[in-house]
Design a protein around this ligand. Structure first.
Ligand SMILES: [Fe+2]
Length: 185
């Protein structure tokens, strides 16, 4: 179940609000300027095959590319036994921005986006079926957790794919990460 949890930058370990009701999640994300929708979850091949994942969602991808101008699509899959899971977690977990929207469709598993919007940090915990677009220029980070499991389709306007500008803000280390209990307000 997709959830939204907010924190204040002055007390980043304390939960301000936790939202799990689907309508409330959608309304909150609209308020924060995050595009969010769902695609049907389709069965994936037992052996990971990026081309087959893209094929399973071909019509949705084509529609999104046509409506939003995305040109480049790839698939990332990280599992608890992925040899680079720690390096991959560390790469995306520091605060950064992109000149491109960060568009992800979770075909499998889960992962958390954290958006730094003014005085608020908004954690969006996404699951299979969720399509999220973090607007270009938004300070954010992504946590796949200590035991990552997800397959995500990524869409980019830029043909270069994932390019991040890191902010060096330590905030991402102060907000509870996946697998770390937060303090209730
Ligand atoms: Fe990013």
């Amino acid at each position: 179940m997709t959830t939204v949890t907010t924190y204040h930058v002055k007390a980043p370990a304390t939960v301000l609000q936790h939202i799990s009701d689907d309508t409330a999640v959608r309304n909150t994300l609209i308020r924060f300027g995050v595009r969010f929708s769902r695609w049907p979850v389709r069965p994936l091949p037992t052996e990971f095959d990026a081309a087959k994942v893209l094929l399973a969602y071909q019509s949705e991808i084509q529609n999104l590319k046509a409506s939003k101008g995305y040109t480049t699509v790839d698939v990332i899959r990280v599992t608890p036994t992925h040899p680079e899971r720690e390096a991959l977690r560390n790469k995306f977990i520091e605060e950064h921005t992109h000149s491109d929207d960060e568009v992800r469709f979770f075909a499998e598993g889960s992962g958390a986006f954290y958006l730094h919007l003014g005085d608020t940090v908004v954690q969006i915990l996404c699951f299979a079926g969720d399509l999220i677009a973090v607007p270009a220029g938004t300070k954010h980070w992504f946590d796949m957790g200590p035991e990552p499991l997800f397959t995500a389709i990524r869409l980019f306007v830029s043909p270069e794919g994932w390019v991040g500008q890191f902010t060096d803000d330590p905030l991402s280390g102060q907000v509870p990460r996946l697998g770390t209990p937060a303090v209730a307000a």
